[in-house]
Design a protein around this ligand. Structure first.
Ligand code: UFG
Length: 336
């Protein structure tokens, strides 16, 4: 079985490629290196002993996309990660986000129809729920008005996939990720943010490494036990494994509906200060942080109801918060 992984050199993509290869799949990657490094290809090869196929082009380029699919006609399924993902940047450059994230998806789906590739796994996000009214949030919860163009591209992509599935032979699974963190146990691959990190975990590890002076904790007046915002952090290896199960479900025709949606989280919420405490515990260091005002667009709290993924996919997150922070730190140290 051959699986195409778009964005396969990125953070979640690279971990998924490793798990796919370990499960016996042949992997071909498309990645234009817009937010990833070519070295990751060697790191993947180092971990698994197998060099994946690799193509470098922009999936929003219709001609390049058509050419790829015409020359590669033995693909059984596609896991589509390739997208821009910086929330703040998307507010300033909305057209860039809509064009890149949606045109690439539509180009892929056009070619899936032309070349009879039936199976698509899409990386969606819990961002589609906004601030849920009920926690833990289930897949049935209403999707809210997106906080950013980035979030809107995830909502719109879900709709594009749903409409296309209903009008064709395509089958798709959207995985709504909660907050992916951590790194591969080998510390060969992990999150490589460009410039100043927006996300909590890389900001913590870079602060501890002396690259950033101080972590700003955004807000301590939320309606939570310690006043800081709560997220459902999930180890990237657990998240990667969910993709292998999802793509198998499609290629083995075990899906119950042509379009299915699963929450991929641990089901546990941790506050920002609890993540900081976990980091301090596993590294036996003190982190330099200060409490500042809330960050615009942040929601107060979200964590997943994972019953559907646990029962229907037979997938469950296994790694706890300390494994997440410890592996993120090991990766940071290995970068030096
Ligand atoms: N935080 C800080 N300081 C920082 C960075 C983050 O206190 O320097 C806090 C945030 O305010 C938030 C929490 O840490 O409360 C997590 O923030 P992240 O930026 O790591 O993650 P978000 O939940 O804001 O966003 C993530 C992904 C998005 C995705 C969203 C879905 O980055 O792509 O989850 O909810 F859309």
């Amino acid at each position: 079985m051959k699986i195409l992984v778009t964005g396969g050199l990125g953070y979640i993509g690279s971990h998924t490629v490793v798990e796919l290869q370990s499960a016996g799949f042949d992997v071909v990657i498309i990645d234009n290196l817009s937010n990833s490094k070519i070295e990751v290809l060697d790191k993947i090869t180092q971990i698994t002993g197998i060099k994946p196929g690799y193509f470098n082009f922009d999936l929003s380029n219709k001609t390049a996309c058509e050419e790829f699919f015409s020359n590669n006609n033995n693909i059984d399924g596609i896991i589509h990660f390739a997208a821009y993902k910086a929330v703040g940047e998307s507010v300033n450059k909305p057209l860039m986000y809509y064009r890149n994230n949606l045109e690439s998806l539509m180009n892929i789906m056009d070619n899936m129809n032309i070349h009879n590739i039936a199976n698509l796994v899409f990386s969606s996000s819990c961002t589609v729920y906004g601030q849920p009214d009920v926690l833990p949030v289930t897949e049935q919860a209403p999707r809210k008005q997106a906080e950013s163009p980035y979030g809107n591209t995830k909502k719109m992509a879900e709709d594009i996939i749903q409409d296309t599935v209903y009008s064709s032979d395509l089958k798709a699974i959207a995985l709504r990720y909660f907050n992916p963190v951590g790194a591969h146990p080998t510390a060969l691959i992990g999150e490589l943010p460009l410039g100043v990190p927006n996300n909590l975990m890389p900001f913590i590890t870079q602060t501890a490494a002396g690259i950033r002076e101080q972590l700003s904790v955004f807000g301590e007046d939320y309606d939570t036990a310690d006043g800081t915002a709560i997220r459902d952090y999930i180890h990237v290896v657990d998240l990667a494994k969910a993709h292998i199960i999802a793509v198998k479900r499609l290629v083995e025709k075990n899906n119950k509906l042509d379009y299915e949606i699963f929450n991929i989280g641990t089901g546990n919420g941790y506050s920002v200060l609890e993540v900081v405490k976990s980091f301090e515990r596993v590294t036996n260091t003190k982190l330099n942080y200060k409490i500042v005002g809330r960050r615009e667009g942040d929601i107060e709290k979200v964590w997943a109801n994972t019953d559907f993924a646990n029962n229907e996919l037979g997938w469950k997150a296994e790694k706890d918060i300390d494994e997440m922070t410890a592996s993120a730190w090991k990766f940071q140290l290995a970068l030096k």
